[in-house]
Design a protein around this ligand. Structure first.
Ligand code: KG4
Ligand code: ZN
Length: 342
């Protein structure tokens, strides 16, 4: 095949991921997670994550190559997440990518983790029509982006002004006594609950907020509202209807995310909405987006749930896109940039 064979390395948070793609075809997606090591702390501990990446990077690399049935010599380029993320965690992946690149004489591409969450969709649905609107919702970020050209530039339309959507899921899960990371547990609990049971606030959707924050999000008020609701019931000695709280909270988050994403599509005349990041795995978010977008002939593209959360394939997908677009590789002194903008 003429399409480039690209390897992608992801170590920005708690997942060590190595993916291999040819063009838009996924060949391997090896993952090692340190999530259990962080669970008792209720959040990712940077030092623990870095150490776990160091232990996992070489075996995960070997697994990915074996799974794809290729050797490093076959690879045309190595892509690596160079930011944003935890500095020490990023460094492990960036250093490994440079080492492999030098050893095998391959070009290395430092890529943006957030753009990779969008690019991964191409592995499932083929080239992304441009322009597109991207709703990027993860544990660390919640943004609406106008994708004019994924290889060269995306335009941020708005972002969270406080907590990320995934962070809100994780904090509310904790309040409800669910394990970390809580997003998938809320998703599961909510299926048995009533989304209209409790009217939780929809941040930055009031007319007065829309003027300055049309495409921004705020989830800390929602989190506080859930905490107050739960604590007042606990004080009264009542049992907490976990499924109803989960469903009502999830409904509030999805309502705002989908409402603003559809608004962004309509006002910019864009017919493609791509949803990426860990929270894009949420079943209610996916269903609601499909439903509301259909009314305006907007096509929703969402990668399968396992590709929504952090992985190496997404980095390989973006790398492959950059190679195909003729973008020059990074220099070998490529830094890890924990606060890398889009
Ligand atoms: O993209 P990701 O794997 O890592 C970051 O880049 O942050 O996102 C992780 C976040 C966590 O907050 C997790 O709770 C959330 O994605 N998440 C979900 C679901 N699956 C993962 N949130 C809601 N529903 C889900 N099904
Ligand atoms: Zn991520």
């Amino acid at each position: 095949a003429d399409e480039p064979l690209v390897l992608g390395i992801e170590t920005s948070c708690d997942e060590t991921g190595v993916g291999v793609v040819r063009g838009h075809t996924l060949l391997a997606d090896a993952l090692a997670s340190s999530v259990e090591q962080h669970a008792r702390f209720g959040g990712v501990v940077p030092e623990v994550a870095s150490r776990a990446h160091l232990e996992a990077i070489v075996p995960t690399m070997d697994r990915a190559l074996a799974e794809a049935g290729v050797t490093l010599a076959d690879v045309d380029a190595i892509a690596v997440t160079s930011g944003p993320g935890l500095a020490g965690a990023l460094l492990v992946g960036v250093a490994a990518a440079k080492g492999y690149a030098v050893a095998a004489e391959k070009p290395v591409y430092g890529v943006n983790h957030l753009a990779a969450h969008v690019a991964v969709d191409t592995l499932e649905h083929g080239p992304l029509p441009e322009p597109a609107i991207a709703l990027l919702v993860s544990g660390g970020h919640s943004s609406l982006l106008l994708i004019d050209d994924l290889a060269h530039g995306v335009t941020p339309l708005g972002a969270t002004i406080d907590d990320a959507a995934g962070e809100a899921f994780d904090k509310v899960a904790r309040l409800l006594g669910l394990p970390f990371p809580g997003g998938p547990y809320i998703d599961r609990e909510a299926r048995a609950g009533d989304p209209a049971a409790i009217a939780f606030p929809r941040g930055l959707t009031a007319a007065k907020d829309l003027a300055a924050h049309r495409y921004d999000f705020s989830f800390s008020g929602l989190k506080t509202a859930v905490a107050r609701w739960v604590e007042s019931r606990q004080r009264a000695g009542e049992t907490i209807p976990v499924a109803d709280v989960a469903a009502s909270f999830q409904e509030a988050v999805c309502d705002v995310l989908v409402g603003k994403a559809v608004d962004a599509c309509r006002s910019s005349g864009v017919q493609t909405l791509v949803i990426g990041g860990g929270v894009a795995a949420n079943s209610r978010l996916r269903a609601m987006a499909e439903q509301r977008a259909a009314k305006y002939d907007i096509r929703v593209r969402t990668p399968r749930p396992t590709l929504c959360t952090d992985n190496g394939a997404m980095v390989a997908a973006l790398g492959s896109h950059l190679v195909a677009a003729g973008v020059a590789p990074s220099r070998l002194d490529l830094p890890a940039d924990s606060a890398m903008p889009l």
